[in-house]
Ligand binder design. Structure first.
Ligand code: TRP
Length: 340
């Protein structure tokens, strides 16, 4: 176990999760992931990692924006309620001990375990269709992620569905290590999925920066309203006087279900089905609801943007704490393996 000088901390269970620094986060990240993370902060010792090495597994040649992306991600986390007094926020590459554990784990991981990881297979397929290479490092993606998690002996990993395959490998590797070296040192980490349904983009497709269909946590009210107003809604509704079909509206109606209260949803459906509201009315109202929902978070974010030193100190001190824990854990692993 990762020991801590503070006996209370030592008794706490640990939670660990991470994100690649892809830039400013969207409201799907907030609803689906960050709210899930903040729920653990009080009861678990929490480690949240900006996985910059994982970003390099595919974006090794796009490092110009890497630093700023890390800062943007951490700023979004802080604005969303990840509290550095409760949780350890750190940057993966500032904890080099993780890479040593990754190397040791890579020695005991059968090659076919990573080769059959479906999430990784998808990435490989996507890359093969383009210009980039499938690197040796990319094949180690789930092994590196395993090192992230089990170095803190985290028992819970709040993630999205796409990470379940990686996490299964993590449990297999932890179990295999324990078996080979006759120990029960590593805990097998369990996933914790969020309750919120996946938030689609304003075009009804998967929300993402590359699809240009996302609303950012950091967007202004005006940006948000503009983006929502240009969403495509009910294609069978030509004139405003035509009755609408809320169940066929993939872009706007699902947002009402998530962000509006029951009564507002009822009113919206009624007004749509009875042609009292046109799609533009419906969108305008939704923009108001979403802007209100994120008002406080956005105000907090703007304040953080004015305090770059604060954000960089959070990163520095969190990474030092993560490093201290990772270093103790690595020492223990090397003892178990009877390394020199
Ligand atoms: N692979 C994760 C993602 O793309 C990011 C990640 C890196 C992670 N290390 C982790 C998630 C450890 C959970 C635990 O979202």
């Amino acid at each position: 176990m990762v020991r801590s000088n503070n006996p209370k901390e030592w008794l706490k269970k640990r939670v660990m999760s991470g994100m690649r620094p892809t830039g400013k986060l969207h409201i799907g990240h907030y609803m689906g992931v960050l709210r899930n993370w903040t729920a653990f902060q009080d009861e678990y010792a929490s480690y949240f990692c900006v996985a910059d090495w994982h970003a390099l597994t595919t974006k090794y040649n796009a490092t110009d924006d890497l630093k700023q992306n890390i800062i943007d991600v951490v700023t979004d986390w802080l604005a969303s309620g990840i509290d550095p007094d409760k949780s350890i926020i750190y940057v993966q590459s500032l904890v080099p001990e993780t890479s040593e554990l990754h190397l040791l784990l890579s020695m005991i991981t059968p090659r076919n375990w990573v080769e059959r990881d479906p999430t990784l297979k998808d990435t490989v397929k996507m890359i093969r269709g383009g210009e980039e290479i499938v690197s040796y490092g990319l094949m180690g993606y789930p092994v590196l992620q395993t090192a992230d998690i089990i170095q803190f002996n985290a028992s819970v990993v709040p993630v999205g569905r796409d990470q379940l395959a990686h996490l299964e490998i993590s449990r297999d590797i932890a179990r295999r290590f324990n078996h080979i070296y006759g120990t029960d040192y590593f805990v097998e980490p369990q996933p914790k999925l969020t309750q919120t349904p996946l938030l689609k983009g304003i075009d009804g497709q998967k929300m993402g920066k590359s699809h240009n269909n996302d609303i950012k946590i950091s967007d202004t009210r005006e940006d948000t309203t503009k983006k929502i107003m240009r969403a495509i809604t009910d294609r069978s509704r030509i004139k405003k006087t035509d009755p609408g079909h809320p169940d066929e509206c993939e872009a706007i109606c699902p947002y009402y279900e998530i962000f509006a209260d029951e009564q507002t949803v009822k009113k919206q459906r009624y007004n749509c089905e009875n042609a009292l509201w046109g799609c533009a009315d419906c969108k305008r109202e939704l923009a108001c609801i979403i802007n209100k929902y994120f008002e406080g978070i956005r105000a907090g974010r703007r304040e953080l943007e004015q305090n770059p030193d604060y954000v960089s100190n959070v990163i520095k001190s969190g990474s030092e704490k993560a490093r201290a824990a990772a270093s103790e854990s690595l020492k223990k692993v090397k003892e178990i393996m009877k390394m020199y």
